[in-house]
Design a protein around this ligand. Structure first.
Ligand SMILES: Nc1ncnc2c1ncn2[C@@H]1O[C@H](COP(=O)(O)OP(=O)(O)OP(=O)(O)O)[C@@H](O)[C@H]1O
Length: 300
């Protein structure tokens, strides 16, 4: 179990990227959702002991990681957002190098590397240097290195960026399988990356944890508050200035908008069941409203 208590990270220059965040992570996958700049990467770097928090405590199986970062490093698989490689090495050589750095024996590493290359679908490309790989292929190398040494805690930062839709599904399912008896944290700003696999969603913005719960709980917050309306294209900006619009589809009959509102919005509105995208936006915009103390975006 991983326990974060009142974690704060203030960078040189004063940016408060993580602001008094507490959460406990057990086995299973938590989907960390938040807009760009929310502090997701900073939080993941802290969990991976790459960065030290400015204050707060981080414990893994009861051990304080500020005092003893090795307690988690041995059990950690981390895919950072800005994962770099040695362009002259092949994927097999690169993984062997990282396995050695992690302290794996050459023999067990060899078998595991072949298994992982197969898993991320790179067996065809193993002879080529990494400098000749596409962005998606490099991402897959990143995923493979995070899984070296059978980690108990897997932290992956925007792992599906650059993957094609088929690879995204494959990778999501792989993480979901692994999370049965491991701690898995996946960060993203794309709701669909987590909605089918994470039974536990944490929404972060401005360095704070705004909401955590099962997707059904988050969606339940908006029950009776999601509507669909069909408007003329000329009316779209007026609707957007009054309501949180979670989706917009142009049709030949007009523009179909999905609107978050406690009261039926203007015109002919059909109430629809909330989805996770609505729920995420409701949390983010609700918090922004409370901060600015302006007109409520989700009208009550
Ligand atoms: N090393 C650093 N020094 C100063 N400020 C930083 C540093 N790293 C991140 N920040 C700032 O901290 C805030 C949070 O950044 P972070 O990368 O953790 O967010 P994020 O949610 O991962 O966003 P993104 O998805 O865009 O990476 C941002 O305002 C960012 O500019």
């Amino acid at each position: 179990m991983l326990e974060l208590t009142d974690i704060t990270k203030v960078y040189k220059g004063g940016k408060r990227a993580v602001d008094g965040l507490s959460m406990t992570l057990g086995h299973g996958m938590v989907g960390l959702l938040g807009p760009n700049g929310a502090g997701k990467s900073s939080l993941m770097r802290i969990i991976s002991t790459v960065t030290r928090p400015t204050s707060g405590t981080l414990r893994y199986e009861g051990t304080d990681l500020t005092a003893d970062p090795d307690a988690i490093r041995r059990h950690l698989g981390y895919l950072p957002q800005d994962f770099g490689v040695y362009p002259h090495l092949t994927s097999r050589e690169f993984l062997a190098y990282l396995a050695a750095a992690k302290g794996l024996s050459a023999r067990s590493a060899k078998a595991r590397i072949e298994e992982l290359l197969e898993l991320v679908n790179l067996t065809e490309a193993v002879k080529r240097p990494l400098g000749a790989y596409s962005g998606g292929m490099l991402r897959r190398v990143g995923i493979a290195q995070a899984l070296l040494g059978d980690p108990r805690v897997i932290v992956v930062d925007e792992p599906t960026a650059g993957l094609d839709p088929e690879e995204r599904v494959r990778f999501r399912n792989l993480l979901s399988d692994l999370s049965a008896d491991r701690v898995v944290m996946l960060s993203t700003h794309i709701v669909s990356d987590v909605e089918s696999v994470a039974s536990d969603i944490a929404v972060m913005a401005g360095g704070r944890l705004l909401r955590r719960g099962a997707p059904e709980e988050l969606m339940g917050d908006l029950e009776g508050r999601v509507w669909e309306i069909l408007v003329d294209p000329s009316a779209v900006s007026a609707v957007q200035s009054h309501y949180v619009v979670s989706r917009m589809i142009r049709t030949s009959a007009g523009v179909r908008l999905r609107v978050l509102s406690a009261q039926p919005p203007v015109g002919e509105a059909t109430q629809v069941a909330p989805d996770l995208e609505d729920a995420y936006l409701g949390v983010i915009r609700g918090a922004a409203d409370r901060r600015s103390d302006d007109r409520p975006a989700v009208r009550r």
